[in-house]
Design a protein around this ligand. Sequence first.
Ligand code: SF4
Ligand code: SF4
Ligand code: FES
Length: 355
Amino acid sequence: MSGKRQFRIWRGDESGGDLQDYMVEVNEGEVVLDVIHRLQATDAPDLACRWNCKAGKCGSCSMEINGKPRLGCMTRMSTFGDDETVTVTPLRTFPVIRDLVTDVSFNYEKARETPAFAPPADVAPGDYRMQQVDVERSQEFRKCIECFLCQTVCHVIRDHEENKQAFSGPRYFIRAAELDMHPLDARTDRKEYAQAEQGLGFCNITKCCTEVCPEHIKITDNGIIPMKERVVDRRYDPLVWLGSKIFRRGETPQTSVTTARQGSANPSGGTRGGVHSHAGGSHDSRAEAQAQSGVNWHREVPHPTAPAVDDRGKLPLTELTFDRAAAPSPFGDDVTFPLPPEHLNFAHPEQDNKH
Ligand code: SF4
Ligand code: SF4
Ligand code: FES
């Protein structure tokens, strides 16, 4: 494993650049960022590379390694063959500042445009309470380290600078989804906003963003697809429309997908004893009791990912009128991403005009 290895690294700035070859010492157990640091200490002292934690937590060392967006500090050299050339390039979707450092301010602009958490008007800060199931439901999205690997891989903006204005990208779709499922968030138009202002409709669920996420957040399955489904539900389903007119948010009865499928309907109020819940899939009495008595960080609750159908394979009325926590992948679990280009059905809006 130890010995000299061939590296090709993109060197340049906004005016241009190219790949340069280096032979560099690699030791057992090292990651790509170690090798870049060694190059900075030896052959390439002016090689620019952004990093901070070297622990996969700050999201700074994002780069494209052999064409795949990855964290330099989390990519072990042992993943490459002994005689394989390791090619390192900057994130392709963002403008290069120098060498491996890109200007990711696009993402901060999109973060600023995303409406922040809207606190409930009638509850004072410090009196906010929510059920543990709701905390856990959006915990997945809060693991995001803002590495922007999902943003750089998304084909909607990767090769289409012109889409950037209208498209916030997967990182901000999961932010919208997180706030949409937050029981204390006073805004009720998160999904409509995502569709109208954040460009949710551009996404054709290729799942490339999920594929590269170093935090293994199921961006597409648990964030984007449920949001898309709810946008469609709200717009086109007359029952949902009727339900939204009759019930106000947080007042509607909720039914567990799991319990409904077992034939034991378990309606419960959305607000109980001052603890709010939008959780759709785990209304067991033990969880309720724990939520009332305080937080137990080690409790495991069932993840609400079961298909939302009843014994006859039909969507029950309660599922049509309530937000679901997640949806199964429309591709099945045995599909490998990214899909080959011939399987992608994305058509750029201007594609037809070119013919
Ligand atoms: S699923 Fe594909 S199109 Fe949608 S946000 Fe992720 S990478 Fe982009
Ligand atoms: S969602 Fe994943 S890939 Fe995207 S910025 Fe967050 S941690 Fe990185
Ligand atoms: S250096 Fe912090 S994630 Fe790699």
